[in-house]
Design a protein around this ligand. Structure first.
Ligand SMILES: [Zn+2]
Length: 211
């Protein structure tokens, strides 16, 4: 094909900086949010956990410690172990995985229309369980639904993040004692995230009417 036939407007735009070193924010991942359905310990005023921007997010009762740099969704009840489970991006499989790291009371996953399944016996770490859209994760008294919309779809009305519906995550002391509500999502690469900035404006307005 002669060079003059090349039409840049037909080219797949690609993802920003695909060759950059592996920074967490630059690895392409399937958009993944958790939507809070019901909880014994979290207020349902904030309903969305935006997982996509992280390579892994742990779940547990206590503040994360030690060498881990991943943030944690804290569920402060005794049915939840101090460090209970972890969600992580599996680049080989292109899927989000969930592992129970050896909790006492278990991690349960229910696929849409299926039965609830415990991932491992008490105090035994589970094999990775690969999550799908609309799976419901139950840990203690908290039920979280997985939302993984393909790139173009972005998000639905339930998982659309905005400035006031994000459930804050807790970072290890060594990193910073700050919450994870994103500040404009700079440096992120997914379609889902790229759309956030301008969606904030109107979703905030919509949300304000529902409080
Ligand atoms: Zn959704």
């Amino acid at each position: 094909m002669a060079e003059r036939d090349y039409d840049p407007s037909l080219e797949f735009p690609g993802f920003e900086n695909p060759e950059e070193p592996e920074q967490a924010s630059q690895i392409k991942r399937q958009p993944f949010s958790l939507v809070l359905l019901k909880s014994a310990v979290l207020s349902t005023k904030r309903r969305v956990v935006d997982i996509t921007q992280h390579l892994e997010v742990s779940i547990g009762r206590d503040r994360p410690t030690g060498s881990s740099s991943s943030p944690r969704l804290r569920l402060k009840e005794m049915a939840v172990s101090k460090y209970h489970a972890i969600l992580y991006w599996d680049a080989q499989r292109d899927m989000w995985g969930l592992v129970d790291v050896g909790s006492v009371h278990g991690t349960f996953v229910q696929a849409e229309g299926g039965a609830s399944r415990r991932l491992s016996p008490p105090k035994v770490a589970s094999h990775p369980h690969f999550l799908r859209h609309l799976d419901v994760i139950t840990i203690g008294g908290t039920h979280l639904q997985c939302h993984m919309h393909p790139g173009k779809e972005g998000a639905c009305s339930q998982c659309e993040p905005n400035a006031s519906n994000l459930i804050p995550l807790t970072y290890p002391d060594a990193i910073a004692q700050k919450e994870s509500v994103p500040e404009g999502h700079q440096g992120t690469t997914t379609v889902h995230e790229g759309r956030l900035a301008h969606q904030y404006m109107w979703t905030e307005l919509l949300y304000a009417e529902n409080i």
